[in-house]
Design a protein around this ligand. Sequence first.
Ligand code: HSE
Length: 411
Amino acid sequence: MINIAIMGYGVVGSGVAEVCRVNKETISQRTGQEINIKKILDVRAFPGDPYQDRITRHADDIFTDPEISIVVETIGGTGIALQLSRQALLAGKHMVTSNKELVAAHGPELMALAAERRLSYMYEASVGGGIPIVRPLHKCLSANVIEHITGILNGTTNYILTRMEQEGIRFDQALTEAQKQGYAEQNPTADLDGLDAGRKLAILGSIALGEYIDSNLIHTEGITTITPTDLLYAQHLQMKLKLIGRYQLLPDHRVDLIVAPMLISRKHPVAAADDVFNAIMVNGNALGEAMFYGRGAGKLPTASAVVADVIECALHLDRLPHQRIWRITDREIVRPHADCPVRALLRLHECVPGAQIREAFDAFGARPVEARLASEQAWLVGTDQKLTEGQLEDLLRPFAESLVSRLRLFH
Ligand code: HSE
């Protein structure tokens, strides 16, 4: 029997217990031994819960128990979760986590701490919920140089944009719906501002590159200013508007990284992911394209990935950890945002003379293409010439007051 503990008995933690209970036989067959949840750490009591007798408020009950070999962390955040993860590794426990914020911020430290002690620190559930993506990147695609990663990495924002597109409703209405459905947190700022997707992109990028990418270096924009008219433009252009995270390896070994709402062709496989679904496309130099699609959030999908890590860990208890740790380097890894190429749809108030816009872009050698839909100015820029984010910013400065929206085109 392999004894495990769960730290944090919230949505994901209780999902882990449920998957272990419901799929007990299958898991035992695959592990060769029974997985027994011996302790659950939480400050709350759970009367009537099948595991109520295993709940403890004292983390030491887990760390000092020599029978517990694997600890699952489903607390979330970087406060107490970081402290307890360090303690668990120092106590010689293998770890499995779903905590993307912690992995993105402190992954190198925790992975190094684990490796020094020949322990595993596993985080499949931190990206894409139940979609297998962390292990495939580590293992199945390890013969490839990863050139691009394109993903819809946040279920909440994808649900909101899908509802806005399909029902023509406003952002705030779609957000209320997402909260009622239990997809968005009561404080959904990290989702809506793109930070959650940025952390997931940093994790995937760090695996792909083998070097730690700090998510704070990623240019990140959210979806709070998106309007139903933006979605009408998407339809008009045969596109969808999605919160896209993009990683691109450059010939000089730096990377371009961005999380922002982007207009993407309806035919692009990633654009097929609607509602709370996530989609991640990986391009490797040997394989070409591979697509990963599925439920990127939710209790059981996320627990599915956590328990798979527990099984993987259980199968490797006495062997060296089989995951690569991320090197920390001091070279410039991320190309400055201002130097990145951009294509965009610009919407401006009608009072700005179209000739003035055309003149500004023509003077720069960029010929904007008119894409007016409503009674306003709308121009596609960067589609047939090189335009960088910094140049676009400069060109738009005189029109700042009149700019209604700037939507990037995925390319
Ligand atoms: N809040 C996240 C999302 C949960 O909506 O995608 C899964 O990481």
